[in-house]
Design a protein around this ligand. Structure first.
Ligand SMILES: *Cc1c(COP(=O)(O)O)cnc(C)c1O
Length: 505
């Protein structure tokens, strides 16, 4: 195969100057895949994906039935010395890997929280991999940065939050970035370092029900567990703002500096919602940074009837939610908003000579908005999703998921053998039997069927089974299917000894 090269002489005539030969694989190198093989197996892979996205792991269990080490034992301990054909790899993917997965996007998955995806998202992810750009600076891929800023504006409008933002990999990273910005605003830690332990130590506040990423961020930022206050929750499992205010006052009186509060809108355990407005008032009094973690629930705020979730967020300093949970954009994609980007950049911007570009004064370099340098081009899949679904399409699906949760809750409530923790305001339903032992046994029995996957939590000491709704392909009929699995699982348990039934507090 050759490329014909030519030049134009002074008379304007084209002259052949020779043929540049594209070298074939050098004979000593092992053969690697070429474009033709990529096309062939690629088409098969798309077929496989289309089937999987539509049908899930149908006909096989929704979670891996294997004991620890099963997959490991099927993988050679050393890498292959010679390259293998892609068809063989694709075959092994289906035989060795897929059966050992947890099928998060199967309609029978109700565990943890949704981590959903969609056709446009998966397609865009393939394109992202193909262009393979690194979007750390504007100049390293101008369209990637500009698209990211634009889709963040779109998301902000969808949630009624007119702030700038960027896409982080996870909520954990956004929370860490927020805490670093708070730390810098309070104590100029970049210059002198963090001095904890004595007068002026920085303190952080999370609720008992907050996600562990709050504590992890405090550890990574060098605050130390001793300076993280775990604020008790009220009966609705939301942070008690009076106790928060009292704790901040006490810390201030003791010579410490309240620096960072993380409020949660939709806790991981039970989707409880902290009173952001009241918490913001405590933060204002102490000049503390308020970060709102709405990793799961933020998506629901695209619905006008759920906009109450955003109440008080305009008084916060940062806010995040994960389109990779409930907005049909495959992992990873966490939308991180900040009221004052300059405060974030004060903590995180660095510009060594080799990263400087000609337009630095006029553009955003998104490496300055988070801990990492290298950044994936996540905006593309979000753009594909938002354009393909439209805001109305996103709303319709999320509304369906909320309705599914409500209907499942009503089935639980109407069956006298269960206790419903509360009427779900979001997509997650927590329920129990009369004793923790029986609830735990029910949980195990449900999952043992392979026909549904649910997870558990504890609230106020009680063991609860949780069912979280939000699969892209899910329909109302999946509520009935889950309910019959729960019924069948319950039928396998020994009958309850007592007749007393107490609702979990
Ligand atoms: C899922 C979740 C997180 C963690 O999200 P990552 O993106 O995995 O870091 C944090 N907070 C809440 C409330 C969550 O539901």
């Amino acid at each position: 195969m050759g490329v014909r090269a030519s030049t134009v002489d002074r008379m304007g005539r084209e002259r052949k100057v020779g043929v540049y030969r594209v070298p074939r694989a050098v004979s000593s190198a092992a053969p690697t895949m070429d474009a033709d093989e990529f096309r062939k197996v690629g088409h098969e892979a798309v077929e496989w994906m289309a089937h999987y996205l539509e049908r899930g792991h149908e006909g096989a269990p929704v979670t891996s039935p294997f004991p620890p080490g099963h997959t490991l034992a099927r993988l050679p301990p050393s890498p292959p010395e010679r390259g293998e054909p892609l068809e063989k790899l694709f075959e092994d993917f289906q035989k060795v890997i897929v059966p050992g997965l947890t099928h998060w996007n199967d309609r029978r998955f109700f565990g943890y929280f949704p981590c959903n995806n969609s056709y446009p998202s998966v397609l865009a992810e393939m394109l992202t991999a193909a262009v393979g750009v690194n979007a750390f600076s504007w100049v390293t891929s101008p369209a990637a940065t500009e698209l990211e800023l634009r889709v963040m504006d779109w998301l902000g409008q969808m949630l009624g939050l007119p702030w700038k933002g960027c896409l982080q990999d996870t909520a954990s990273t956004g929370t860490f970035a927020a805490l670093l910005a708070a730390r810098e605003r309070m104590g100029h830690a970049n210059g002198g370092g963090v001095r904890q332990g004595g007068d002026g130590a920085l303190t952080a506040y999370v609720s008992e029900e907050a996600h562990s990423s709050g504590l992890k961020a405090a550890r990574m930022a060098g605050l130390g567990d001793a300076f993280v206050r775990v604020v008790p929750v009220t009966d609705d499992l939301a942070m008690d703002p009076h106790t928060l205010g009292a704790a901040m006052d006490a810390d201030r009186a003791a010579g410490l500096r309240p620096c960072f509060v993380m409020a949660t809108v939709g806790t991981t355990s039970t989707t409880a919602v902290d009173p952001v407005r009241a918490i913001a008032e405590c933060c204002r009094r102490h000049g503390a940074w308020l970060h709102v973690d709405a990793a799961l629930a933020g998506t629901a705020a695209v619905l006008p009837e759920m906009r109450w979730l955003m109440d008080g967020v305009e008084l916060a300093d940062s806010f995040l939610f994960n389109p990779h949970k409930w907005m049909f954009t495959n992992f990873d994609c966490s939308a991180f908003f900040v009221r004052d980007p300059a405060a974030l950049k004060a903590a995180l911007a660095l510009s060594p000579e080799y990263l400087r570009g000609p337009h630095d004064g006029a553009v955003e370099n998104l490496r300055d908005w988070g801990p990492q340098l290298g950044r994936r081009f996540r905006a593309l899949k979000l753009w594909f999703v938002l354009r393909s679904y439209g805001v109305e399409g996103v709303r319709a699906r999320v509304r369906l998921h909320l309705a599914m949760a409500r209907r499942f809750a009503s089935l639980v409530r109407e069956d006298g053998r269960f206790a419903l923790r509360e009427e779900p305001r979001l997509n997650t339903v927590c329920f129990a039997l009369d004793t923790d032992e029986r609830t735990e046994a029910l949980h195990r029995a449900i999952n043992a069927t392979g026909e549904a996957f649910v997870t558990h939590t504890r609230a106020r000491g009680r063991y609860l089974v949780r069912a979280s709704f939000g699969q892209t392909q899910a329909e109302d009929v999946d509520v009935d299917r889950l309910w019959s699995v729960v019924q069948a699982a319950l039928a396998t348990l020994p009958p309850s000894r007592g007749t007393s039934r107490s609702a979990p507090a």
